[in-house]
Design a protein around this ligand. Structure first.
Ligand code: ADP
Ligand code: MG
Length: 317
């Protein structure tokens, strides 16, 4: 970038934390990081493109938040401890007010989860934000998509669909203000790191819902070589969603909306009753079905087979 590049990095993206495992952070050619002995490094990266992953005109704080949150959600889905992040930023111009606000959103989420930004790249170009998040987990306790077995019970955390409804409101012209709970959920959803941690070595399979519950459940089933029964009447609809949308629209948001960072996971049948009670003390979770032998997802409503319209998000479809 321009002469200002180094000042810009220094001012907005070079922020040490209390982490002692960052042997060398921003400033050298690469970061030097100490992974705790016996742990596997967990790495995820996601790119946000203006107009595709966030709306033009979105508050810069929300872009900084989302860019990190989407990655931390992937670490949560693995049951990982988040630790470090790298930021690749392509910017049309080095606007200080924009950078200040973007960095505020990014660092606020990072510090809530003890994550240190340890490097990155800064170039001039269209507004594109790529973050790579790194963390660790004992490999044998990591959560994967592939461990679901017939008889396992199927759960989703929290209230999926709210972010998609918030996005729809923004597209219809709602203001980018966080006092609307659905808009807030779209702009500032929280990755479920504590739940991921609690599911470690307990859930047989897990993934985060990013492209819609139904489509993502199909992915989990495929990875595990199983099928699933989804009980539509059990799929959670938040009060806010129900209050503002017709039942049919609620279901569409919940089944096909992504980016709430909720976790979809399975518990072994024998331990599910105990684990469910234990987990429910700390987390919102909903049992929504059961893993079956076979392939694909069967949707039932009050016990009767039913079709469901629409699909998840596919960039190349
Ligand atoms: P190089 O040319 O060797 O890749 P750069 O000049 O791109 O180095 O970056 C200098 C230092 O600043 C590196 O440590 C790099 O990781 C860090 N850095 C660059 N851009 C960012 C950014 N947006 N956020 C955090 N660190 C950054
Ligand atoms: Mg570089």
């Amino acid at each position: 970038m321009t002469l200002g590049e180094f000042d810009l990095i220094e001012r907005y993206f070079s922020r040490r934390t209390a982490r002692t495992d960052v042997l060398l952070g921003v400033g050298d050619d690469a970061a030097l990081l100490a992974v705790p002995p016996g742990q596997a490094l967990v790495a995820a990266t996601d790119t946000l493109v203006e107009g595709r992953h966030f709306l033009a005109g979105a508050p810069p704080e929300s872009i900084g938040h989302q860019a990190l949150a989407v990655n931390l959600s992937d670490l949560a889905a693995m049951g990982a401890e988040p630790a470090w992040a790298l930021l690749s930023l392509s910017l049309p111009e080095a606007s200080e007010p924009w950078l200040e606000r973007f960095a505020t959103g990014l660092h606020a989420l990072a510090s809530r989860h003890g994550v240190e930004l340890v490097g990155g790249d800064t170039v001039r170009g269209p507004l594109v934000v790529t973050i790579a998040a790194l963390g660790f987990v004992e490999a044998s306790r990591a959560l994967k998509r592939s461990g679901a077995r017939p008889g396992d019970l199927l759960y989703v955390s929290g209230w999926p669909g709210e972010a998609a409804a918030g996005l729809a409101a923004l597209r219809r012209g709602a203001a980018f203000v966080a006092d609307d709970p659905l808009v807030r959920r779209c702009l500032y959803a929280e990755p479920r790191l504590a739940l991921g941690r609690a599911l470690r070595a307990r859930a047989t399979a897990a993934m985060d819902v990013s492209d819609g519950l139904l489509g993502d459940l199909a992915k989990l089933c495929k990875a595990s070589g199983v099928g699933a029964r989804l009980d539509l009447e059990r799929v959670p609809v938040s009060c806010e969603l129900a209050r503002r949308h017709a039942a049919q629209d609620c279901e569409r948001y919940v089944l096909h909306g992504g980016d709430d960072y909720e976790l979809l996971f399975t518990l072994p049948a024998s331990e599910a009753p105990r684990l469910e009670v234990e987990l429910a003390r700390e987390f919102e979770l909903h049992r929504i079905g059961e893993i079956e032998a076979g392939a694909g997802v069967r949707c039932l409503r009050d016990g009767r087979a039913t079709g469901v319209a629409g699909g998840g998000y596919d960039h190349f479809a």
